[in-house]
Design a protein around this ligand. Structure first.
Ligand SMILES: [Zn+2]
Ligand SMILES: [Zn+2]
Length: 353
């Protein structure tokens, strides 16, 4: 008997918003080494914006189901899969490293040269039932969630894991003053993680008033409106004229890079965490990096250890991910959800099923 299910099918990179359909496709059949997951929450990410509009094409197949931040309830477990049972609530780390390339071997499986991922090479979260491939289960990417963690929070463990990777690269530690540029979901995760890592104070720069208010509520000592306030003046005021120990760019705006370098203390670190437009150059004064001995780093995806730690932090109640959800839509209303996401005024938009 043919079984159908709801899914968002992305036909190709060109022609947004006519390049995808909210439709019905065959429900996947669970193989003996696989798990079939009933999606309960799948969040939209900045990367999805770039995928639907064709700005990002790497790893995206024609007629794919994308969505890489999701959680759900196990519907079926293959006969050869051990340790999982139908009815269990789980979140899934979508990144599957190869384990044997030079990046993996040097402890950077997040930057694996043959990285595969659910939401790219394998169908992702924006569908009723998600097939979890064998390689993913065997790698330990399927994480059980206790009752008190919401499905939405479960879905958001994935971006939190990316931020934990970023936090490690930034080196934020006890007593630091941290500057975070941008208080979207990623900036607000970095804010909470910085405080959990022992930061003394976190300064946030964000033009949107409601996001600034949430940043203050989540513990920022100062939320600066860069449209009406001088960010440089504010940061120097808060740091006795020295600049921040660590700075995180949670928005990829090329024109801000130079100012952020200048607002970093001697010996401090800047993490260019956000994705920047491909091929677009930034202008900055290298002598600031030279004389101030500033360390500049980036961050991509996460290692499974980061994902497991992110899950632990959420389970232990150290990070509030539910606070970052601004909109919820049913899977059949995906089109509306994506419009809200594209407008960029909300925080996390979660698709529920
Ligand atoms: Zn994402
Ligand atoms: Zn690899």
């Amino acid at each position: 008997m043919d079984m159908k299910m709801k899914a968002v099918v992305l036909h190709g990179p060109d022609g947004y918003p006519d390049n995808y359909e909210v439709t019905e496709i065959e429900k996947p059949v669970c193989g003996e080494a696989e798990i079939l997951l009933r999606m309960k929450a799948a969040a939209l990410c900045g990367t999805d914006k770039r995928i639907f509009t064709g700005a990002k094409t790497k790893g995206v197949r024609p007629d794919a189901v994308v969505g890489h931040e999701f959680s759900g309830i196990i519907e079926e477990v293959g006969s050869r899969v051990k340790g999982y049972a139908p009815g269990e609530k789980v979140a899934v780390a979508n990144v599957i490293p190869c384990g044997h390339c030079s990046a993996c071997l040097s402890g950077r499986e997040n930057a694996c040269l043959q990285r595969q991922a659910i939401g790219y090479e394998f169908n992702g979260g924006f569908e009723e039932y998600i097939l979890i491939p064998r390689v993913c289960i065997e790698s330990g990417n399927v994480v059980k969630l206790p009752e008190h963690v919401s499905f939405a929070a479960g879905a958001l463990i994935e971006p939190l894991a990316c931020c934990i990777r970023g936090l490690r690269n930034t080196g934020t530690t006890f007593g630091d003053t941290v500057l975070i540029v941008g208080a979207g979901p990623i900036g607000l995760m970095h804010l909470q993680l910085s405080l959990a890592a022992g930061a003394k104070r976190v300064i946030v720069s964000e033009p949107d008033a409601s996001k600034r208010a949430l940043a203050s509520k989540l513990g920022a000592c100062r939320a600066v409106d860069p449209a009406s306030e001088d960010l440089t003046k504010a940061v120097l005021e808060e740091t006795a004229g020295e600049g921040a120990d660590r700075a995180v760019m949670a928005i990829g705006v090329n024109a801000l890079v130079d100012e952020v370098f200048r607002l970093t203390k001697r010996g401090g670190t800047v993490c260019l965490f956000a994705g920047f437009p491909k091929g677009k150059m930034s202008e900055f004064d290298p002598s600031v990096i030279h004389y101030n001995e500033i360390c500049v780093t980036g961050s991509t995806a996460y290692r499974r250890a980061d994902y497991l730690q992110a899950a632990d932090m959420v389970i232990e109640g150290k990070i509030d991910l539910d606070a970052l959800v601004s909109h919820r839509f049913r899977l059949e209303d995906f089109r509306q959800a994506l419009e809200v996401h594209m407008a960029g005024t909300g925080l996390k938009i979660v698709i529920e099923n």
